[in-house]
Design a protein around this ligand. Structure first.
Ligand SMILES: Cc1cc2nc3c(=O)[nH]c(=O)nc-3n(C[C@H](O)[C@H](O)[C@H](O)COP(=O)(O)OP(=O)(O)OC[C@H]3O[C@@H](n4cnc5c(N)ncnc54)[C@H](O)[C@@H]3O)c2cc1C
Length: 422
């Protein structure tokens, strides 16, 4: 029997877990397509952005991951459109035929139509964003050292973080920690600059998706370390110098970090009935896209209907993506073997966020943890979730170094050479 041609677009949590379960099953010939040549771990992007981890600690090349797996191919390309009637996808560098197509393309930053914010704010979604944030923040600090006018210096050093989900909380906590332990030591001239770190959110709480205890604990911890938290407030505009809020208040800052929302990218070629809110693909409990025969979607880009515990779809978190990837792999095998398919049911393993050194919050089932124990749990879970031993060891080393020295040393401004764009 000819192997089934499975094309997987996107090698994030969902795509790579699907592929990993299908390797060595020679009934499938898999092509993994991604616009990057590496898999990466978004929950620790902010640590690359703040110089605590190196890019290579949280990423790994697909070709190396898939080495020695003869039924899997990797293709570096951007997905362009699907031609369902021909069972083909058009990529930025050619076409691919499929028997089974899987979208695992995740989401992209949502600026809610605010073009100025899109132009001037720093997003926090990809490795490129993290490296670019690190460069920008370091360059702004260097510029501040030669800026005499106090107002200009304060504007260069003030940071506004929009979005008080785990990314916004973790970033602003990290900035506060760095201000205390690193920046004032290396840039003593910044003492008394009046620069502030703001964390802003349109909802009434930080970490709105977590338990009430976690929301309160994280709010208290953030304010204690000097983060100014502004709730029930949305960013309305940003011209690169002034952030304007929904209540009319303005903050003079060059740096607005945008961690306030994501949206899916609507793939060209699918019928309108395939899409739900935020351009996410509507899938049944087997992750098949509505209105299609042999097209599936998993992870952040899918809204899975039919899980009784989540009638409106699942949260856009790593565990959903991982579990959907694994479940779909089982079902593709079951289908070929004539076995019954498993409907997708999400097992929530809990959620957590780190705030600063020795402080975090965690909700596991009905239990709530905070302080050192939650911080330790956060470190352990994130370390073990990295893709392989090499990345775990390297990350552990960088964390241990940062913990004992209260410092990090990855403060490099690296400017990519434009000649490298072939
Ligand atoms: C900064 C940040 C912090 C986060 N922290 C947490 C956390 O602490 N805990 C948690 O559970 N979740 C967290 N999340 C959410 C979590 O990362 C996502 O839920 C998860 O990554 C979704 O997995 P996915 O496979 O659906 O998409 P992704 O992991 O986003 O993977 C999508 C893949 O598709 C590729 N791709 C996209 N479009 C194309 C295209 N057109 N052509 C080719 N390739 C394409 C991308 O390059 C990428 O490799 C965080 C997300 C971010 C951005």
């Amino acid at each position: 029997m000819e192997p089934k041609k499975v094309v997987v677009i996107g090698g994030g949590f969902a795509g790579i877990n699907l592929v990993n379960q299908l390797v060595n099953d020679h009934r499938f010939a898999i092509t993994l397509v991604d616009r990057n040549n590496y898999n990466f771990f978004p929950p620790l992007l902010y640590q690359v952005a703040t110089g605590f981890l190196e890019v290579s600690n949280i990423s790994y090349p697909f070709r190396k991951l898939l080495r020695g797996k003869p039924n899997v191919n990797f293709r570096l390309a951007d997905f362009v459109r699907v031609l369902p009637e021909e069972n083909k996808v058009v990529l930025s560098n050619g076409e691919l035929a499929y028997d089974i197509l899987v979208f695992a393309t995740g989401t992209e930053t949502n600026y809610f139509g605010m073009e100025n914010v899109k132009k001037h704010a720093i997003p926090m979604k990809t490795i490129n964003d993290a490296v670019s944030m690190r460069n920008t923040l370091l360059q702004r600090m260097e510029k501040a050292t030669i800026t005499e006018a106090p107002e200009g210096r304060k504007r260069l050093l003030t940071i506004v973080v929009a979005g008080a989900g785990p990314t916004g909380v973790e970033l602003s906590g990290m900035f506060a920690e760095m201000r205390k332990n690193v920046i004032l030591k290396e840039y003593p001239q910044f003492a008394g600059s009046g620069a502030k770190i703001y964390l802003v959110d349109g909802s009434p709480n930080v970490l709105a998706a977590m338990s009430e205890k976690s929301r309160h604990d994280s709010y208290d911890a953030l304010t204690e370390i000097g983060v100014e938290v502004k709730l029930n407030t949305q960013v309305k505009d940003f011209d690169g110098k002034v952030v304007t809020f929904s209540d009319g208040e303005q903050i003079h800052a060059h740096t607005l970090i945008w961690a306030a929302g994501v949206t899916a990218h609507r793939p060209e070629g699918l019928p309108a009935e395939s899409f739900g809110r935020g351009n996410r693909m509507l899938v049944d409990e087997f992750n098949k896209v509505q209105g299609t025969e042999n097209i599936y979607a998993i992870g952040d880009t899918a809204i899975c209907l039919g899980d009784p515990a989540y009638p409106n779809g699942h949260p856009q978190v790593a565990q959903v993506a991982i579990q959907q990837g694994q479940n779909l792999a089982k079902n593709l095998k079951n289908e070929l073997s004539g076995r019954t398919l498993n409907p997708f049911r999400y097992h929530d393993k809990g959620s957590m966020a780190i705030i600063s050194r020795n402080r975090a919050v965690a909700d596991i089932g009905k239990m709530h943890f905070k302080g050192f124990i939650a911080w330790f749990m956060w470190l352990f879970v994130h370390l073990m979730s990295l893709i392989n031993y090499r990345n775990r060891l390297a990350t552990f080393y960088n964390w241990a170094w940062a913990y004992f020295t209260k410092d990090q040393s990855l403060r490099f401004i690296i400017r990519p050479d434009s000649k490298s764009n072939l």
